[in-house]
Design a protein around this ligand. Structure first.
Ligand code: DHB
Ligand code: FE
Length: 304
């Protein structure tokens, strides 16, 4: 049996087996390979096109950019939409909407109690204090919630990914106080753009798409008994607020800004002149099992 048709080859590739293996991995691989065989045939993909794509994938993985294309191709938002649909079916609703984590979270940011400064030295943009409470669905304050917050610098870069930034720059973990309050000082980040001259930008250029995200701040909030909340808020007024390349902006997550807030009461954050403030409460659902309340697995993965 040395001559094979496409279908005979596909049959062999998807049925070969000498051990049980992992049934889920087997099923998913069979499906993806089947769909790709079909794509190659339907679209008459040439050998050159195929190997060029493989080279692109290899360069993208070597550069650690896999996470950068999943968002732009809609996969991150797709997973959120599916999670929302599952919640709706299960009758679970309420609380702050989830929004994509993005590929740029790093666990282990310096922890502080109640408040933190994310910026260092002179702010690199409009000074911002964001503050509020973490609440449960009944409106009870959640003391001791761990609020991870991270955002891009004035050039749109995230620490640990963008050259020249300090470890954990613009990343902190704030433990809420006895009344569930958190607050932090930073500066308003600009929008984000995918790195130029990279495998990611090659793809988006070939697709005739931009790679911009509107200005945003990420949050990952965990507390015992509550469902870990991954979300992000948007700064109003950004050109890309309704045209996010990652399709991740959502109603209810665009913050309001109060300008010229008097500095009294904000001395501990090094503030002595009128500044811009945003008040935002995060409302968390109850967890229905241990893993929903523990971001440990996720954290372990991102630090690995
Ligand atoms: C990407 C970047 C982000 O800052 C983000 O929040 C989501 C996605 C990206 O490059 O894909
Ligand atoms: Fe981001």
């Amino acid at each position: 049996m040395t001559e094979l048709t496409q279908n005979q080859l596909l049959e062999l590739v998807t049925t070969k087996q000498i051990a049980a293996g992992n049934p889920r991995v087997r099923a998913l691989t069979q499906r993806i390979v089947t769909d790709l065989f079909k794509t190659i045939d339907d679209m008459d993909v040439s050998a050159d096109e195929f190997w060029k794509a493989m080279d692109w994938l290899a360069r993208m993985s070597q550069g650690g950019q896999i996470g950068l294309i999943t968002a732009g191709l809609g996969f991150d938002r797709l997973l959120d939409i599916r999670a929302d649909e599952a919640d709706q079916k299960a009758g679970r609703s309420g609380g702050t909407p989830r929004a994509i984590e993005g590929p740029l979270f790093i666990a282990g940011a310096p922890r502080s109690h109640g408040e933190a400064r994310l910026d260092e030295g002179e702010p690199k943009g409009e000074l911002l204090v964001m503050e509020g409470q973490v609440l449960d669905l009944e409106g009870n304050p959640v003391a001791g919630a761990l609020v991870d917050v991270w955002h891009a610098n004035e050039k749109g870069g995230y620490s640990h990914f963008f050259p020249g930034m300090k470890p954990y720059e613009l990343r902190r973990q704030i433990e809420t106080d006895a009344q569930g309050h958190y607050r932090f000082r930073s500066y308003l980040p600009p929008g984000y753009a995918i790195p130029p001259n990279s495998p990611t930008s090659e793809l988006f250029e070939a697709l005739g798409r931009h790679g911009n995200r509107p200005a945003h701040i990420h949050f990952l909030i965990a507390a015992p008994g509550l469902r870990t909340l991954t979300t992000q808020v948007n700064i109003p007024g950004d050109t890309y607020i309704d045209d996010d390349f990652a399709f991740a902006t959502r109603d209810g997550l665009i913050v309001e800004l109060e300008h010229n807030v008097p500095p009294a009461g904000y001395e501990s954050l090094g503030i002595s002149a009128p500044f811009t403030r945003s008040r935002f409460n995060f409302v968390m659902q109850k967890a229905i099992n241990e893993s929903e309340a523990s971001p440990a697995a996720r954290m372990a993965r991102v630090t690995a």
